[in-house]
Design a protein around this ligand. Sequence first.
Ligand code: ADP
Length: 269
Amino acid sequence: MKNASEGNAGKAGPEIRVEEVSLRYETRGGVVEALADCSLTVPGGSFACLVGPSGCGKSTLLDVVAGLAPLQDGRIGIDKRPDGGPARLAVVFQKPALFPWKTVEGNIVFGLETQGIPRAERRERARRYIDLVGLNGFENAYPHELSGGMAQRVGIARALALQPDALLMDEPFAAVDAQTRALLQEELRRITAHSGMTVLFVTHDVSEAVYLGDTVFVMSKRPGRIIRTVSPSAEQRDRSSGAFARITSEIFDLLAHSAPSKATHGESA
Ligand code: ADP
């Protein structure tokens, strides 16, 4: 059985801390409060899921952690690497946005080129991660020759090939069919197990969150904040168990009855 431990052997990924983060978008229709006093801690080397209804601010929070959205209010803390350097982050989005004119291998190698990794290692790494995500034999295929699930696998291999300390994933399986999604979830669990990477995975799918997450952060309606932190047991993460059905339905109830957090007053959009 393969996992991604090779690149991160013996390392524990960084703890990620989100402390009282609030964020507003100024739009033509008025101010949209996306996050209000949102706090959470992802333990280093663990897999955390952030689950909440569509539009509650999950992607916004992930973007803030990734440094893709400005931090307006609050603090983000990400542990440094053991050598004192900043933690290396990789992001996987819902759509992998592959270069259509590059092969599977070419797409993966590209990010490594920009990091100045020598040619032989680039190729070796690309092959290794292609194998890891089950795309052996498709190294020379072009994106238009791939199914949605295969393209998403390339996106994951591309991120893993960077050998990041933390992997930030924004609904990576939302656009694939249910059967492929279940398979990809299983593979992601296998790949990340024992990898040492810290994973923050955003989803609106409660079952996905419980199956994947060592920790599940449940977010309120917009403006988003964490209303519950759940650490499902091994039994609760077993999709065929009654415990899985019970914990997912508990979280559904929580989401259904979660009131928007206080900061909606005065909002005009
Ligand atoms: P989620 O990921 O939970 O679906 P988002 O973080 O994408 O939620 O969005 C939270 C809220 O912020 C939504 O109401 C969305 O319309 C709004 N929003 C997101 N991005 C922008 C943006 N760039 N400009 C204005 N509003 C935005």
